[in-house]
Write a protein that binds this ligand. Structure first.
Ligand code: DAH
Length: 354
């Protein structure tokens, strides 16, 4: 019996030495230390032994069983180590390498510029009011004192939307300017308190559309920022002071401005404001076409008819309004000579404004 145990041990250890993977190791465990393995069957044959032999064989069988279990555990951890070494070698990575930076997007220069304008106006007490981009002819023109066939319509070539509306006022257009938002805002505020409508100081930003040939100087869409101030005793002096201050905050404390008389149907009197050319400092250059001045916005005192259309009694209220083109300002500031770059989505252009 003792002899047999020695053989069992020797055979088992030999076959264990040849094992190289976990599946084979598991099969070895079942065959050599499992319940029906040779060494376990020795235990069940003990009853047939003499009293003297029994403790000797029992002790030896225990030794063999423990030795095989220990050899199994050792082999198991050796295989695990080998597998770990192999995966470390094959999945090697250098954690000291710097990471690849994510390519972060940036705000479009027109958006940056628009936000800057709105931030300055907000500091000056203007709240942002957004209005619709699809407007009726009535709001885009008629309520702004531009009746059908008025020559001022020539100034703004219009995209009409084919809705089959027969009534002129009901015709839908892509708004040609942000000015119809003035009527929408005034009507909304005056409806809240028709007897004594609240004062207004709002900025109306957004996209406008013109049915134009696209060239270096004209696009079919661009942003405008409209301003509207309505209250009691608002004067042309308030208009000039507000806009001159806006320009100083936008272009620098030293920025000079001048006002020229102009015409818009929805303001009376009307003006255009120029800022001293920030490219040449007023000396005259290609950007200002040698004049030393750049036109940056239209403005005026809100026409009484427009106040009336908005629900504000022109006997009691006055106001001023202005409209400017942020992309135009952007082009002037950065000497961008072709407006098509702005919506051209060319990264070589956009990335210059990180
Ligand atoms: N709506 C005018 C345009 O698009 C710009 C403008 C001029 C707006 C004078 C105003 C204003 O509010 O008072 O050409």
């Amino acid at each position: 019996m003792l002899e047999k145990l020695n053989e069992i041990e020797k055979a088992a250890l030999e076959s264990l030495a040849a094992i190289a993977d976990e599946a084979a190791l598991e099969a070895w465990r079942v065959a050599n230390v499992g319940r029906s393995s040779p060494v376990m069957s020795v235990f069940s044959q003990m009853g047939a032994l003499s009293k003297e032999e029994r403790p000797l064989v029992g002790q030896r069988a225990n030794q063999v069983k423990l030795a095989l279990e220990a050899a199994f555990a050792e082999k198991q951890s050796a295989l695990k180590q080998a597998a770990l070494q192999q995966s470390l070698a094959s999945e090697r990575l250098d954690i000291s390498l710097p990471g690849r930076p994510l390519r972060a997007g940036g705000l479009h220069p027109a958006t940056q510029n628009l936000r800057r304008i709105l931030a300055i106006l907000a500091e000056m007490g203007f709240q942002v009011y957004t209005s619709r981009e699809v407007e009726s002819d009535e709001y885009n023109f008629q309520l702004l004192n531009i009746p059908p066939y008025h020559p001022a319509r020539e100034m703004q070539d219009t995209f009409y939307i084919d809705t089959g509306a027969s009534d002129e006022a009901e015709r839908q257009v892509l708004r040609t300017h942000t000015s119809p938002g003035q009527i929408r805002a005034m009507r909304q505020f005056s409806a809240e308190n028709p007897e004594n409508p609240p004062e207004i100081r709002i900025a109306l930003p957004g996209m406008v559309y013109r049915f134009e040939q696209i060239t270096a100087r004209s696009e079919v869409q661009f942003n405008q920022v409209e301003g509207l101030v309505v209250g009691k005793n608002i004067t042309f002096g308030d208009l000039k002071g507000t806009l001159a201050e806006f320009v100083r905050r936008m272009f620098g404390r030293g920025a000079k401005t001048r006002f020229r008389a102009s015409y818009f149907p929805f303001t009376e009197p009307s003006a255009e404001m120029d800022v001293e050319c920030f490219v040449c400092g007023g000396k005259g250059c290609g950007v200002c076409k040698k004049s030393g001045w750049l036109e940056i916005l239209g403005c005026g005192m809100v026409h009484p008819v427009v106040l009336q259309n908005g629900g504000y009694d022109p006997q009691k209220y006055t106001g001023f309004a202005f409209g400017m083109g942020p992309e135009r300002q952007l082009m002037l500031r950065h000497k961008i000579e072709d407006i098509r770059y702005i919506w051209g989505n060319d990264l070589r252009f956009l990335e210059q404004f990180g």
